[in-house]
Design a protein around this ligand. Structure first.
Ligand code: ZN
Length: 124
């Protein structure tokens, strides 16, 4: 005896269709095989294969040059670094506090990943 994949009824082994619901008994097996044969999705990796970024260097860069977004360029946050430069220029330097605070957050382990989501190297 086989089981109907559609309604669960018992079906004769030599029957091609379920006597209760009329569905082809072997249909479910075929669809499962087709699904398994589909190509797996390839996720193209855009993360550069480099050493983990230094927390100490990123933090010090933020403290000293935060207004220029240097630490964000170092961490791969290019867009944020560019915005930081613009904010510093527009605010005549006041906006540099943003980068300075980020430097503190990096050193205090409140920021723990680089621009690619990889953990920072805890060298301080
Ligand atoms: Zn059935």
């Amino acid at each position: 005896m086989n089981k109907c994949m559609n309604c669960g009824s018992d079906v004769q082994s030599d029957a091609n269709f379920c006597p209760v619901c009329g569905k082809p008994v072997s249909a479910a097996d075929n669809s499962a095989q087709n699904a398994a044969q589909q190509n797996p999705v390839h996720n193209a990796s855009v993360i550069p294969d480099t050493e983990p970024k230094s927390r100490l260097l990123a933090g010090v860069l933020g403290l000293l040059l935060g207004g220029l977004g240097i630490h964000n360029f170092y961490l791969g946050n290019t867009t944020r670094g560019v915005i930081q430069i613009l904010v510093t220029c527009i605010t005549c330097g006041i906006g540099a506090i943003w980068g300075f605070v980020e430097g503190i957050l990096i050193l205090c382990r409140q920021i723990n990943s680089d621009g690619y989501g990889r953990p920072l190297k805890n060298d301080c």
